[in-house]
Ligand binder design. Structure first.
Ligand code: UDP
Length: 356
């Protein structure tokens, strides 16, 4: 069996690291990796391949820094060429980026079976590019690997029970990664205070809105006076902070590799983020999380009161929520994302399927 894996953005490298390691355990399975180039900086891409021992991409398309339409279109063309050359049995896509959608479209138009990892998630906010990517990808996938029972319910509500796609609940590959790399975490080279809040921010809905980004930065400035804040800064956010003339007073560092991220997760006292992946990682490492968004795809975290939504358009909400969550006694003892064997379940499932 030959699997063609499409990756392009940071969270996909982390997910692919877990699945590639599982693929290597099975005889008779080969994986060909295509890197679209969507994330390309050393600290947004290469570091993950090196540290997490992800096989070097077999094809690199170098497509980045374009509008959504141009990027997705060029990726579609590029991936189509690779599929025609490699003739895989499966195309495997992850998550919700433009690389995901381009890979899905290329496979489905060539009638190559398509597997979507992290299927069925919904924010119900169609203005998010990620929501459009995931809905379209789900609809044309042959097999949808869902991380949670909420994802299964979302697909049922959209009528997937009546469609030809196969829907399977397997758990979350990011949990596999967190378990595997927990012992390999590495202290970053910059100063890490004994107690701190770990923050990330990169979603377009926050960075592209001057008022929201100002509320986030000003709120973090105030929180920093109580507990030090560390923000590994996404390149997109860096540009917007400069563009809007905002003045962060807390510690900003370059994006870190996954092993350093795990160290920060293990040692922080709280996470504040608009990242999808980091919300779950906060939970894996038993840290309370404030999500800097109006909604989340990971609703089970909200239901279990380990994660709190912060409407960042409201000035001051980030600070008041911080004070509230700081005082909460949070119970993390619930299993929401599988057993840490999701990657193997995925490879086994693909091997067991008759390719039509
Ligand atoms: N991450 C990292 N270094 C950083 C910021 C994030 O390794 O400086 C990891 C993080 O731990 C998580 C993944 O990148 O595993 C999340 O990616 P991102 O927030 O870019 O995307 P999202 O999850 O929102 O799709």
């Amino acid at each position: 069996m030959k699997i063609l894996t499409i990756v392009g953005a940071r969270p996909q490298f982390i997910k692919a690291a877990a699945v590639s390691r599982a693929v290597a355990k099975f005889e008779g399975v080969t994986e060909v990796i295509v890197h679209t180039g969507q994330h390309f900086d050393k600290n947004m891409s290469d570091v993950f391949f090196e540290e997490m021992h992800i096989p070097k991409p077999d094809h690199h398309l170098h497509i980045n820094s374009l509008s959504h339409g141009a990027m997705t279109g060029r990726m579609l063309e590029g991936i189509e060429g690779v599929i025609l050359e490699e003739k895989p049995d499966w195309v495997l896509v992850y998550g919700d980026t433009n690389s995901t959608l381009a890979g899905a479209l290329a496979a489905s138009k060539l009638h190559i079976p398509l597997a979507h990892v992290e299927a069925g998630l919904r924010s119900f906010n169609m203005k998010m590019p990620e929501e459009v990517n995931r809905i379209l990808t789900d609809r044309i996938s042959t097999v949808l690997f869902c991380p949670t029972s909420t994802a299964i319910k979302n697909l049922e509500n959209e009528g997937f029970g009546k469609l030809e796609n196969e829907v399977v609940q397997v758990g979350d590959v990011m949990y596999d990664a967190a378990l595997f790399y927990a012992e390999k975490s590495r202290k970053p080279a910059f100063d890490v205070p004994e107690k701190f809040i770990l923050t990330t921010c990169h979603r377009a809905e926050n960075t592209d809105d001057p008022k929201k980004l100002a509320n986030i930065i000003n709120g973090l400035n105030e929180i920093h006076r109580d507990t030090p804040v560390i923000l590994p800064l996404h390149p997109r956010t860096k540009n917007y902070i400069a563009k809007y003339g905002l003045q962060p007073e807390f510690q900003m560092v370059d994006p870190v590799g996954y092993l350093e991220m795990v160290y920060l997760l293990q040692n922080c006292s709280m996470v504040m983020t608009d990242s999808g992946g980091l919300q779950k990682e906060a939970f894996f490492f038993k840290k309370p999380c404030i999500t800097l968004r109006d909604e989340t795809e990971w609703v089970e975290l909200i239901e279990h009161k380990v994660n709190y939504l912060c409407h960042v358009a409201n000035e001051g909400e980030i600070v008041s929520l911080f004070k509230q969550v700081k005082g909460e006694d949070i119970d993390f003892e619930v299993n929401l994302y599988g057993k840490g064997d999701t990657s193997e379940l995925i490879v086994r499932d693909l091997l067991g399927r008759k390719i039509k």
